[in-house]
Design a protein around this ligand. Sequence first.
Ligand SMILES: [Zn+2]
Length: 347
Amino acid sequence: MKTPEEILVEAQDLIGQVTDEASAEALRIRYLGKKGEITALMKTMGSLAPEERKAFGMQVNKAKSSIEAWLEDKTSRFAAEARSLRLRAERIDVTEPGLDIPAGAQHPITIAINEISRIFMNMGYSVVEGPEVETVFNNFDALNAAPNHPSRDMTDTFYISLDDDPKRSTLLRTQTSPVQIRTLLAQNPPVKVISPGRCFRADTPDATHSPMFHQVEGLLVDEGVTMADLKGTLDLFARRMFGSDARTKFRPHFFPFTEPSAEMDVSCFLCGGDDPTCRVCHGSGWIEILGCGMVHPNVLAIGGLDTDRYTGFAFGMGVERIAMLKYGIEDIRLFYENDMRFIGQFY
Ligand SMILES: [Zn+2]
């Protein structure tokens, strides 16, 4: 059996070489465990003579406490290393900038549609929708557009299917006006609706044209509706949309589905007509905003109404044009390019 001194020398060497927790534990068991070498020495003490027992006991205890201290030193060092590794791995830099969670913004077209809709809803209008793929009948024939109307040309319009019967031919609607027909067939007067939505025309894209664009259609039909109601309604709309000092001007125009028809101009909200170089009105003081008129009796008749009893007015405006005027946007194509730097800046 080794003496306490021999064990001590050997243990110091072995513990000095230990590089991990498991080897330290193995040495603890080897020396201090139930069957360990120090434990075995202690068990021999009972057989020693009383005068030898004290000195031997002191040597064994010294070896035991030294080994304990060395192992403790090692394991606490391992624990500290493990802790600092973990801290390094779990380190949180509180000065690091946070994750950027982008705030959503509404598309400027959506904002304009919502604003126009809100103004008319406050006047008691309901919002109705119609399909973007429409029958040729609803898009042209029912709206009093003659078969030779230029907007029916294949180069102007996206046809989906063609049939001799215009009710079975389909196209991407060129205007929101077919919603007038759908509404007149579905509702009895008084009818008071607006219908925002997408329209399509085979236009080559440029700064002011896009093959896809948006309109808001309006329709009011009741007994005794006159052009004065039309003018009063649109005049109020202009003031709510462009400011309380906005003035309106109606110029005679032609649309197949209204008679009489007019285009409405609004006074320039940027210069009021005082700036000959104004980028919005180009010095005229007026901006063309929408088309309107009294619903043609032929359209009311197709809608199943007694034209002696009912009259009505309709109007339609381009949403892009209004958004471009309002936000000072100079190219319609910007609306559809999905460039977040552009479409994210409107609130
Ligand atoms: Zn102006």
